[in-house]
Design a protein around this ligand. Structure first.
Ligand SMILES: Cc1cc2nc3c(=O)[nH]c(=O)nc-3n(C[C@H](O)[C@H](O)[C@H](O)COP(=O)(O)OP(=O)(O)OC[C@H]3O[C@@H](n4cnc5c(N)ncnc54)[C@H](O)[C@@H]3O)c2cc1C
Length: 87
C-alpha cells in the first residue's frame, strides 16, 4: 500500500502515525511545502511567552521520528495536483 499525505502539521502527523502503526509495511510519504516540518501553530503563544526556549521545539515531530517508523518526509515539496484515479 502506497500512501501520500499532504501537509506535515497535526493532521499529517497523526495520519502517518496511525497508518504506520496499523500497516507497518505501508509505503507512507508526507509532503510538506514549508521548510519547517510540523510547525505547531498552537505553540506560537508558548514561544512568545518564552515558555519554550528554542523555536526548533515548536513542532509536533521531527522528520527522524517518522523515518524511524519506516515513513518518509519530504519538506519543501509543494503538491500542485494529484491523480487519484491513476493512483
Ligand atoms: C494560535 C493558535 C492556537 C491554537 N491552539 C490550539 C489548542 O490549544 N488546541 C488545539 O487542539 N488546537 C489549537 N489550534 C489549532 C491547531 O493548531 C490546528 O487545528 C492544527 O494546526 C490543524 O492542523 P492541520 O494538520 O489540519 O492543518 P495545518 O496546521 O493548516 O497544516 C497544513 C500543513 O499542510 C501544508 N500544506 C498545505 N498545502 C500544501 C501543499 N499543496 N503541498 C504540501 N504541503 C502543503 C502546510 O504548509 C502546513 O504545514 C491552534 C491554532 C492556532 C493558530
Amino acid at each position: 500500500m502506497k500512501v501520500i499525505i499532504i501537509g506535515a502539521s497535526h493532521c499529517g502527523h497523526q495520519s502517518a502515525l496511525e497508518l504506520l502503526d496499523k500497516h507497518p509495511d505501508a509505503d507512507v510519504t508526507i509532503y510538506e511545502k514549508g521548510d519547517f516540518v510540523s510547525f505547531l501553530s498552537c505553540g506560537m503563544q508558548l514561544f512568545l511567552e518564552d515558555k519554550v526556549s528554542g523555536v526548533d521545539d515548536v513542532r509536533n515531530f521531527k522528520p527522524e521520528d517518522i523515518e524511524k517508523r519506516g515513513g518518509k518526509v519530504k519538506s519543501q515539496h509543494e503538491v500542485l495536483s494529484f491523480d487519484a484515479d491513476k493512483k
